[in-house]
Design a binder for this molecule. Sequence first.
Ligand SMILES: [Zn+2]
Length: 379
Amino acid sequence: MRSTTGLLAVLLCFWIPTALGGARTPFFDLTVYNDWPQFEDYVKGVAHDNPSFVQLKTIGRSREGRPLLGVRIGKPAPAGRRKIAVWLDGGNHAREWPAFHVAVYFIEKLVNGYLVDDKITKYVDTLDIYVFPVLNPDGFVYSRTSSRATIRQWRKNRAPENCTGTGPFQTDLCCEGVDLNRNYDIGFSHNNYPFNNPCSDEFQGPRPFSEPESRAVRDFVMSSEIYGRLYALVSMHTHGQLWILPYNYHKRTYPQDFKDLETLANKAADRVFAYRETKYRVGTAADMLGTATGGATDWIKKNTPTKYVYVLELPPDMKTWFAFQVKPHWLIPIGKETWLGIEVIFDQVIEETKNFQPTIEPSGNNKTDISRSPRFRQL
Ligand SMILES: [Zn+2]
């Protein structure tokens, strides 16, 4: 017979988080690849079910009108105070399904761990954690419609066809889609080959920010909601096991605080390695692979005070070509090991910003008075 104390302990385990309004996530099966409606339902559901610390964020709409959805996970700041914010996203390349799922794993970890796991509780209490699982829903939906390689391995968004494309022996070819990670206004040039070819997988678009998906991210990172308090941003892609630092629009080009970014990346990559020996290479993609202009994280690092800005190319490594969609039983192990690296980043952010003075949120009629700490403003 179970003792009264034991029974009480069991009851408390379930009762405490629910009574405080947390620790409840809708079902999302991370042992299979899900479709867009499952992501949409999940993100909306997790915000609906946990109103005390999860808020739904819709930062814009895709070409085809789908919402660019995410959540803000964080205990509300006291009135008139601002919290430090961090950002995690599953990237914007259609075929990179594991990254989208790992972003959901992070939401699961944070929401279910709140008031249960001390470390998670500290993160949620101290930070505002923004998570955007899918920043290219149209491309993702398209890539799920057929196993034909040209569709399953689709990378771009679903911008209408542009008939200035070129092939080996042809001109004026019509091709659809823009690579959202080449569409930002950094290193953008109409002479960039092959990014200027609409039939390239990496077409940059006719002009910087021609796409609603990239404009939405730009506008949100520049908005009064997070500008000046977003301290770290991790954008996940697949694949290659690379921990990518800025800048990538040019070789051997680095931000002033590159050493800090590199030191933290090495520390986080070591932590990931300790779990099951997944080895990340750390550096700029420009130096490791070749120049890529118009990247989201390059633009954010250059145009905002956000300090730690990384792209993670998740497993597998680069030995296998086109291994964008690993067998889905790897999603949870990849989520687990990657989370350990994210914890290293969050710990550093909390440590570095502990003396940061939270300030009044800029109001509409007092926009010039955004008083950030001098330390943060220097970044
Ligand atoms: Zn990618």
